[in-house]
Design a protein around this ligand. Structure first.
Ligand code: ADP
Ligand code: MG
Length: 351
């Protein structure tokens, strides 16, 4: 983002913060702690994904930012201004809901103008402002259509325009793509990413999909049981998971107990050889006997499931050509090995 700046300029002008959370906590009445004293800074103009398994506190965190859920303790700042207890409409945030949640009986234009109507803005001004926004997302020519007369992509753009009509500084999105079919979901996420860059807005997007978060995010926030496990770019989180939970949740990692502690090895960097093969001898420190339990074709790759000692499940992703030249079968005894360069540091992976 700051590639054109010198190192000195970068040091003296840190990227401004859009949203900052300080010790933010939510305890539901009669329930457990849904969000447990989290601290987070999200840079202005970034695409941030809150990622984690179901029930880890993602939506609660987002709803507290939006003002749709009260805060038990801690603070929320938007561009330095405290908004912790402000009503939703006074915060400078806007929310985009699952499957866009457009009003089916209203035209695209009236959907976009709706919140201005609630605010008492007069009819001609709200029509003008709604039309301007629809033009901005290349939907002006379809302003009179009802949602059912629009494609999925067009509906998403109307939903975006509707969220932007209040001129928010931050757009909050709670699983906006989760109810779409897989093909549309991939198209829509590319569009979301494009609009976010074009509008230079901060997006905070909740998802339980690692793939979606990696495709979209500048910054990924991995949550688990109401806390933040790791914050980083998709590359950092995938290649340097800080603990066993993140490694396992991100997928594609084998977490293995060795004599020197717990390590992780990506499944596309794990090597496999027949049990009788000598290839792994020079790497004997990093080798492991295992038995093939599953062989799954995935197009360009074959995913092998294996069981090592102590019932440790391991997976290996083999390029199709490598598998074709030496196919493995269920029940076969093999040797797994990996280089030290592909071993994630035990100190970092310690759970
Ligand atoms: P996520 O969006 O990550 O799936 P949520 O933020 O919805 O998780 O929920 C976090 C935890 O808080 C869960 O254990 C959930 O059951 C609980 N929870 C969520 N909403 C409420 C509520 N309104 N009342 C009580 N408990 C809730
Ligand atoms: Mg949720």
């Amino acid at each position: 983002m700051n590639d054109s700046l010198s190192a000195d300029a970068r040091r003296s002008s840190p990227v401004p913060v859009a949203i900052a959370l300080h010790a933010l906590t939510k305890r539901y009445v009669g329930g457990s702690t849904a969000v447990d004293s989290i601290n987070l800074s999200i840079a202005v103009g970034s695409y941030c994904c809150l990622l984690g398994p179901s029930g880890c506190g993602k939506s609660t965190t987002l709803r507290m930012m939006a003002g749709h859920e009260s805060v038990t303790s801690g603070t929320i700042l938007l561009e330095g201004r405290e908004i912790t207890h402000l009503p939703a409409a006074a915060r400078g945030t806007a929310m985009m809901f699952q499957s866009f949640a457009l009003f089916p009986h209203l035209s695209a234009l009236d959907n976009v103008a709706f919140s201005l109507k609630m605010k008492g803005v007069d009819k001609s001004e709200r029509k003008t402002r709604a039309k301007d926004l629809l033009d901005r997302v290349a939907m002006g020519h379809l302003a009179e259509r009802k949602p059912a007369e629009l494609s999925g992509g067009q509906q998403q753009r109307v939903a975006l325009a509707r969220a932007l009509i209040t001129q928010p500084k931050v757009l909050l999105l709670d699983e906006p793509l989760s109810a779409l079919d897989p093909f549309l979901r991939i198209q829509m996420r590319a569009e979301l990413r494009r609009w976010q860059k074009e509008l230079c807005l901060t997006f905070i997007h909740v998802t339980h999909s690692q793939e979606e978060a990696m495709a979209l995010a500048d910054t990924m926030v991995v949550m688990n049981h109401g806390i933040i496990e790791q914050v980083g770019s998709p590359n950092e989180v995938y290649n340097r998971p800080v603990n066993e939970f993140v490694a396992k949740f991100m997928g594609g990692h084998n977490v293995i107990d060795t004599a020197s502690g717990k390590i992780a090895v990506r499944n596309d960097q794990m090597q496999i050889a027949p049990a009788s093969d000598d290839t792994a001898r020079s790497n004997s420190v990093n080798s492991l006997p295992a038995t093939i339990t599953d062989v799954e074709y995935q197009g360009t790759y074959v995913l092998l499931g294996l069981e090592a000692a102590s019932k440790t499940a391991v997976s290996v992703m083999l390029p199709e050509a490598a598998f074709a030249s030496r196919p493995y079968v269920t029940g076969e005894s093999v040797k797994l090995w990996w280089t030290s360069a592909h071993t994630l540091q035990p100190t970092r992976i310690a759970a």
